[in-house]
Design a protein around this ligand. Structure first.
Ligand code: HEC
Ligand code: HEC
Length: 386
């Protein structure tokens, strides 16, 4: 049974055609792991020969001096300017409010944590820790993903349990191991005690009778996140600037294709478009976190995770939901071994990493500068360290 979730007929056809390669469409159906022959399938789909990846210490040199053709680039797209929302309204007032709320520690029980604590916008949207530290120093169970370019993904969280960034933003504030607020009413009480916030909500949601709501807070944060886009040299290349990549980087992209990585990591976000099993070919060493299974309790979802975006991956160590890889080289090796059953040579790993680094964008420093936050009033609830 195909559930379409409002996907148009054209998308559906594309999905069906590519289903053998990409194994999953933009659907919350459990992912079918790519067949063992995925490398061959990918090679066909990308127009490469199905020959095994170049072995030996040297990086593949096929791309030397040549530009990559549409046959190879077809599955990739430049980033959009903003990751539009369903209702399409990213007004300045909403974004400005969202930015304030993103940095607002008074949305946490002890008034010491904000979104930025675990998704540091000055550090590519991550905290660099294996797992994040929340209220009272409690440790979470998973590595914190980046918020840059996250809004464009087909679902949010490693296990896809939130449909979009607006739905996602409601989670951490009330999560007892994260920001640990008691309930939505308490959050609204904090905000309504500060007149500048009441004004900002009214400006952001002019039609609302009751502007300061938990829903609107999530919408404002989502609006801010939808412009956290970081175009890089890879986008310049895709847009036609053939000098944007060096020959070694182009060779690295070919090595990425040859290794079969693009079956799961493709599109504008080089990921973020499907679920897949972690450990498709060789079992993942750490079986503790069962990923999407924790949400659906369906056996086919055991160890199934969202394929993460590889945008800015150079800057977002450690890697994987369990932070089991500390360097990008280790992560690439582990992926080749567990997802496609290949033991890459060091030269191939270096080559792929060279291309991955072209996905590092410039941070929008003015856009993410911490705004001045309004002062508390005598009625603002106090920090609670307990
Ligand atoms: C205590 C640390 C912590 C805080 C505070 C926190 N997050 Fe997160 N965030 C995480 C972790 C860990 C995950 C991954 C959890 C999972 O997938 O189960 C995550 C996931 C996300 C994702 C999903 C990204 C993706 O690729 O799927 C977004 C978006 C996000 N957080 C935004 C926010 C926003 C907005 C706030 C503030 C309202 C916030 N976070 C507060 C740790 C934190
Ligand atoms: C069968 C689908 C599939 C294939 C093929 C695949 N990946 Fe992945 N990739 C995933 C999934 C799923 C994850 C998340 C794993 C986890 O944390 O459980 C992931 C995670 C990653 C990460 C870590 C990102 C982060 O932010 O933690 C990197 C880097 C990566 N892949 C690179 C590659 C490379 C390079 C290749 C080719 C050698 C590749 N992948 C092939 C599905 C795939």
């Amino acid at each position: 049974m195909l559930r379409t979730h409002g996907i148009g007929p054209l998308t559906l056809v594309v999905c069906l055609v590519t289903a053998t390669v990409f194994a999953a469409c933009k659907d919350d159906k459990p992912a079918t792991p790519p067949a063992a022959a995925s490398a061959t399938a990918t090679a066909k789909a990308t127009g490469l020969s199905a020959a095994p990846a170049t072995s030996g210490a040297a990086a593949p040199t096929a791309a030397k001096g040549k530009d990559l053709g549409a046959d190879k680039l077809g599955a990739f797209k430049p980033l959009p300017k903003a990751m539009e929302s369903k209702d399409g309204s990213l007004t300045g007032a909403k974004v400005d409010l969202g930015r304030m709320l993103y940095f607002e520690t008074r949305l946490s029980k002890n008034q010491d944590l904000s979104c930025d604590s675990c998704h540091d916008l000055g550090a590519y949207g991550v905290d660099g820790k294996d797992v994040s530290t929340g209220h009272k120093g409690q440790k979470g169970g998973r590595n914190s993903p980046t918020v840059y370019n996250a809004a464009g993904q087909f679902v949010q969280f490693w296990d896809g349990r939130a449909a979009d960034v607006e739905a996602q933003a409601k989670g951490p504030i009330l999560n007892p191991v994260e920001m640990a607020m008691a309930d939505e009413a308490h959050v609204v009480a904090v905000l309504t005690s500060i007149p500048a916030y009441v004004d900002a909500f009214k400006k952001a949601f002019p039609e609302a009778k009751d502007a300061v709501t938990y829903d609107n807070l999530a919408k404002a944060i989502g609006a801010f996140e939808r412009k956290l886009v970081t175009p890089s040299r890879w986008d310049k290349y895709l847009e036609g600037d053939k000098s944007a990549l060096t020959d070694d980087e182009k060779a690295g992209f070919e090595a990425f294709l040859e290794a079969g990585c693009a079956a799961c990591h493709n599109g504008a976000y080089v990921g973020g478009a499907m679920y897949q099993k972690t450990g498709v070919v060789r079992p993942w060493p750490n079986q503790k976190d069962q990923g999407r299974f924790e949400v659906t309790k369906a056996d086919v979802d055991k160890l199934v995770f969202k394929v993460p975006t590889l945008r800015n991956v150079e800057k977002t160590a450690p890697y994987f939901h369990d932070a089991s890889a500390k360097t990008l080289e280790e992560a690439v090796k582990a992926m080749a071994a567990h997802q496609v059953g290949k033991d890459l040579k060091d030269g191939e790993v270096r080559s792929i990493v060279a291309w991955l680094k072209t996905l590092t964008g410039d941070l929008p420093t003015a856009y993410v500068a911490k705004p001045k936050l309004p002062a508390s009033t005598p009625t603002t609830p106090k920090a609670d360290p307990k």
